[in-house]
Design a protein around this ligand. Structure first.
Ligand code: G1P
Length: 293
């Protein structure tokens, strides 16, 4: 059994829901308080034992490699000014044993295609996929860790799932499944963004996946699907005809930071946990509520 050491971050999307903010900076660089979304996802992967981060980038995503790189000028200035606390934050964006690899996806033609772009670096190993838009607040950043623990017992593909409101099923990959245990189910079928009246359930796939390398061959055979894109969901639909695929209802709270409301909710909740801000920001919110907003 090969351990899971590599994670893919598909970040080539255009971020049209966040224009004009995402015109010149990637939406994955938008901060939740003071840390960009992409860094939260990278930290979650590292906390799960991943040591190779593979970013599938497009044009205008140059600030992502810059963020994870050494910032020589800034570090020299902070060191010269004896600002060691801030220097540590800048230097320790990732631990030194972690490697970053950047692959260009020439056209944003779907999540399945983005994952396929990682094959030359992943080879014949199981791997993780994290969608940074799905920000998951869990103790010790442990969502992916939970899934890797399950992989280590079951040695099969695992998808992060959660129940969503029925009227929102057309935004997600939706599964048909049978329960195996409290939080685990065996997936029988999966469909991308079904109309509300055709959805097999209200169990949605969120942006955390562990996949066996068989997915690559299947993605190569996958034709354009929903939204005229090569969908990861369609590749997984083929995979589960050949191999067991499990769904895990993770513990933790997910925020859909691909839309403005979810992004604001994550920002407010993380500000209320932030050591420097929680007290003042909490008082500010109480004051606003007291005034009936
Ligand atoms: C993608 C996947 C979808 C999944 C969702 C989770 O959709 O295609 O199956 O449920 O992420 O956030 P997107 O949000 O990129 O449209």
């Amino acid at each position: 059994m090969k351990p899971i050491k590599k994670a893919v971050f598909p970040v080539a999307g255009l971020g049209t829901r966040f224009l004009p903010a995402a015109k010149a900076i990637p939406k994955e660089m938008l901060p939740i308080v003071d840390k960009p979304l992409i860094q939260f996802a990278a930290e979650e992967a590292v906390a799960a034992g991943i040591d190779v981060l593979i970013f599938i980038v497009g044009r205008n995503k140059g600030s992502i490699p810059d963020h994870f790189d050494k910032a020589f000028e800034l570090e020299t200035k902070l060191a010269g000014d004896n600002k060691h606390d801030i220097l540590n934050i800048v230097r320790n964006v990732l631990p030194s044993h972690v490697d970053c690899v950047y692959i260009r996806q020439a056209e944003a033609i779907g999540l399945g295609h983005a994952v396929l772009c990682a094959q030359p670096v992943i080879g014949d190993e199981p791997f993780a996929v994290l969608l940074p838009d799905d920000f998951i607040d869990a103790p010790d950043n442990c969502c992916l860790r939970q899934m890797i623990d399950i992989y280590n017992h079951n040695h099969c593909s695992i998808l992060g799932i959660e129940q969503v409101a029925r009227e929102t099923v057309n935004r997600y990959g939706i599964i048909d499944s049978v329960p195996v245990s409290n939080r685990l189910s065996k997936i029988n079928a999966i469909v991308e963004k079904p109309p509300v009246d055709q959805a097999p359930s209200n169990l949605a796939v969120v942006g955390r996946y562990i996949l066996t390398p068989r997915i690559f061959d299947l993605l190569k055979q996958t034709k354009h699907g929903a939204g005229n894109e090569i969908q990861l969901t369609d590749g997984i639909a083929k995979l589960l005809k050949e191999e067991i695929v499990l769904g895990h209802q993770f513990t933790g709270k997910r925020f859909d930071c691909g839309n403005k409301l979810g992004y604001l909710q994550a920002t407010v909740e993380m500000a209320l946990q932030h050591p420097e801000l929680k007290q003042d920001f909490g008082m500010y919110l109480q004051d606003l509520i007291g005034k009936g907003i």
